[in-house]
Design a protein around this ligand. Structure first.
Ligand SMILES: *Cc1c(COP(=O)(O)O)cnc(C)c1O
Length: 396
């Protein structure tokens, strides 16, 4: 009798090989736990890269989605639909921004932001005003323009030529930023914590100087809150604890707890699109926007911003105390445990075999972005599993 091929084997011969996947096939989730095909349980402290903030199989989201699925799934943006407008109103209330465009993911939210900034520059400051400044080690997505804004030369080089009109400077060097800003600059795009770059928090002082610089030169401040937004750092949006207001902000990851959605928010001043200048078939559909409404309700009803702050403090202080951890970076429940040597990949492997999902976001850094619903006991459990993994990782 011949053995059936495994999912991993079938993946290897059917999927474009762009992902180096961890060796497990997940079939089910509940709260902060996921289960593989053998029934093995894992404590999920990654949450699908800061997406499943309400945990897996959240009942309120599932019920809202199920109800909407039987009512109206898709009609396109040729017509008004109620959940889209309700979600826009909710996001306006929470963010203080004025208008929303719904996209399908992070990259398309950032494409929207880039196009909006270019349109604004062209309309208010002239055809030569289109450049977007961003930071080295940033991550803004995989589409060509978002990649052009992503300050990672290695990721960019293999897809050249990229769209022009993008420039990157080092983080925390306000003079370098001031140097590149000129009449050609339409916007500065920035993450408040560089997630994919290794969980590098951008300092409040630098963010405030950046805001002043943008004001002085009449340039738009675009905050990419795709990973850090929707409660991840302990406030609805990450900029709210840094006391800077963006002109444009982008959201995606946690907004619909796993259904694909993106959003580009803007002030009235920056809302430069006219009819027909931008659009999407799927964006802002009734199902994903209903899911997002349920997400925002759950975060509020369950005080998850407060839980995020408390559990974030707990997780950071327990991780900091571990031998082998030299520093813990980040805010709220978006944390990077920096190891005393570049062995994050080994430690991550060990964590996997100890039933803990995290990820090695840099050679020496392990990222923790657990669901915002994580309990005190689950944080303790995660840290004890991680501690065991640090020991195992050091023996390899
Ligand atoms: C994940 C991410 C993106 C890209 O989102 P996709 O949905 O994968 O396109 C962009 N910016 C930041 C900061 C992200 O973390």
């Amino acid at each position: 009798m011949t053995d059936q091929p495994t999912i991993a084997e079938r993946e290897a011969s059917s999927i474009l090989q762009t992902y180096g996947r961890y060796p497990l096939t997940l079939v089910r989730g509940e709260g902060c736990r996921v289960y593989d095909e053998t029934g093995q349980e894992y404590l999920d402290c990654l949450a699908g890269i800061a997406v499943a903030s309400l945990g897996h199989a959240n009942a309120a989201v599932a019920a809202r989605v199920a109800r909407q699925m039987t009512k109206l799934v898709h009609v396109s943006n040729l017509y008004y639909t109620q959940p889209q407008v309700e979600l826009a109103e909710r996001l306006k209330d929470l963010s203080g921004l004025d208008r929303v465009f719904f996209a399908n993911c992070g990259a398309t939210a950032n494409e929207t932001a880039i196009k909006l900034a270019r349109r604004w520059g062209q309309k208010t400051r002239g055809a030569e005003c289109y450049e977007i400044v961003s930071l080295l080690d940033s991550f803004h997505g995989r589409t060509l323009a978002a990649l052009a804004a992503t300050g990672q030369p290695k990721k960019q080089a293999i897809f050249e030529p990229l769209p022009t009109g993008f420039v990157q400077v080092a983080a925390h060097d306000i003079d370098a930023l001031a140097e590149v800003i000129g009449p050609q600059t339409a916007g500065v795009m920035i993450e408040t914590i560089q997630g994919e770059g290794g969980v590098i928090p951008i300092e409040k002082g630098y963010m405030q100087e950046l805001r002043e610089l943008c004001d002085r030169h009449d340039v738009l401040l675009i905050i990419d809150d795709i990973q850090a937004g929707i409660g991840r750092t302990g406030t609805w949006f990450s900029w709210q604890q840094l006391e800077v207001d963006p002109d444009i902000a982008t959201l995606a990851k946690a907004l619909a707890n796993g259904l694909p959605i993106g959003a580009c928010l803007s002030t009235e001043r920056a809302a430069a699109f006219d009819y027909g200048e931008h659009g999407t078939t799927f964006g802002g559909g009734p199902v994903v926007t209903s899911a997002a409404l349920a997400v925002l309700e759950e975060i509020e009803a369950r005080d998850l911003l407060e839980n995020c702050r408390n559990r974030g403090r707990q997780l950071a202080s327990l991780l900091t105390a571990l031998p082998g951890v030299s520093e813990v970076r980040g805010r709220g429940l978006m944390l990077g445990a920096v190891l005393d040597s570049p062995r994050a990949a080994e430690v991550n492997r060990a964590a996997l075999s100890n039933g803990l999902l995290v990820n090695n976001v840099a050679a020496d850094t392990v990222r923790f972005t657990p669901p915002l619903i994580i309990t005190e006991e689950e944080v303790n459990e995660a840290v004890s599993k991680f501690s065991a993994s640090l020991q195992a990782g050091s023996e390899w």
